[in-house]
Design a protein around this ligand. Sequence first.
Ligand code: ADP
Ligand code: MG
Length: 602
Amino acid sequence: MITARKVFTLGFVLLLGALPWVVGSYGQTLLDYIGLATIVVLGLVLLTGVGGLTSFGQAAFVGMGAYTSAYLSTVAGWSPWWGLAAALLLVTGAALVLGWITLRMSGHYLPLSTLAWGLSIYLVFGNMQAIGGQTGMSGIPPLHLFGWAITTARQYHYLIWGVVLLIVWTVHNMLDSREGRAMRALKGGTLMAEAMGVNTTRFKTILFVLAAQYACVSGWLYAHMQGFVNPTPFSLGAGIEYLFMGVVGGIGDLWGSVLGSSLYSLLRQWLQDVLPQLLGRTGSFEGLAFGVLMILILQRAPEGLWSHVRALGGRWRQAGAAPSAPQAPPLGERARPAPGEAVLQVRELSKRFGGLIANNAISFEVRAGEVLALIGPNGAGKSTLFNCISAVDRASSGQVSFLGRRVEHKDSRAVAAMGMSRTFQHVRLLARMSVLDNVALGAHLRGHHSFVASAWRLDRAQEASIQATAWRQLERCGLAEHAHQAAGSLPLGLQRVVEIARALATDPCLLLLDEPAAGLRYLEKRNLAQLLQQLRAQGLAILLVEHDLDFVMGLADRVVAMDFGEKIAEGLPREVSRHPAVVEAYLGGLDEPASQPAGEAA
Ligand code: ADP
Ligand code: MG
């Protein structure tokens, strides 16, 4: 099928091929620099646009790429290709160390440490006499490709933009895969991603290292194209400029990086040429005018200029076909415990938040093929209990056994891998990702191909199976018609159902649902109840927190009632609903609003 994207890509490639024959030598040099910047900015699209992490220090990695190869090819006489290998090794090592120190910490640690990093590496370049200090190094040999020396700006044009296209293609493939979804899930916060089995630290590290490696390649190309290097292009200011190019173009899209670096470089050049002529003297006005212009662009297009281009493409796409089922065998399923077997055993579980006892010595059991409902007024401690069971949070004391194994000291990833999956009271979907992709994230642990394989499209059979599996869960939950819509565009009630489909895509034995029916209309509630009955009949164990007593009464096999962190009753739905303590708890809470308290964890 001819998509807007394919037409655009083809047009862009043709344009790139033709440009060197149209622009003069000055324009050609500018184009080469734009290409080099684009390579760095593509890394930032991954790091910032996909991973939500910010780095001001990319210029330092560019410099390391340039200087390592410059030194090895001039002083040690190495081939530039070996220089590239050495530079990549060095940069990867540095990024791993830097990432290891900072990526676990949240908030401003990473941006700040990249600032410090960018600053200190720049000072090293300027002060190390072995690499020429402030003067830098010259006499760097040109690159050779298949025996041909690459010397002219035009030759470098094809090499540099070839690298740009290769990176765009591989990154595009990578993001459109199992591990790519996991990378994109980082923006949804670590809590949800980890609960789906995603090792968030690993993926943050991968993004950080990839971005550093792209920067390194850019620096390497630069050094051999120029024939000399000095510290100036690798300053902290350059690092900030790269980030700026990404943001102006649109840090959320690969093509945004091309647009951003082109526009940024052309505008700056144009102002440097034009303003002095207009004003009749040279000065610092171009810097000022440039700053004002950039702020205006950002103000008009806060998501970057590419978002406007994409909106045009989106109009084209909407004329496309309705969603249809992917044709691939779904993934295999795990063996489930026999109906009636104990799946989850909670014993004397307590959770304290400072002086507040949110759960006090709670015990109960859930068996395969049964729905156990947890009821209780707002603040009773139900979500807290869910978090402790699913290892999102750690219990203060007590035991949780899942399929006969103790899990209270495991992390949520390990618990997810064992077959426990959950939804969140406050929906945690990736709003911009399609419904189908959100659900496919649930199947993360059921695939094995790495991001490297997917970059070269070696994972297609598995990815098709993941999509088919996700589609099946969507159909099961009555959401197939919404498969290609952005998850955030659905009404909140349906978003909860998407969360259930995502949990089902993990192939669970135990499903934890935190208020799944909240916000659903009558008919949707009935469909949900039917779905849960079906799942129960298939042998799933379901633990359900619910406010709506009518919904629970018609569905649950057993009910556990909580109030103020205590278990106050347990039994058949009818018995529990008449239990004096339950009646008291619910009547006492009648004048409270039905919405949830604000400071909740999940
Ligand atoms: P429920 O889900 O039954 O409405 P919660 O489990 O969300 O109740 O909350 C139980 C109690 O624990 C409430 O008083 C709530 O304010 C408190 N609580 C929940 N999470 C935290 C937290 N992370 N820190 C401190 N208090 C919390
Ligand atoms: Mg709750």
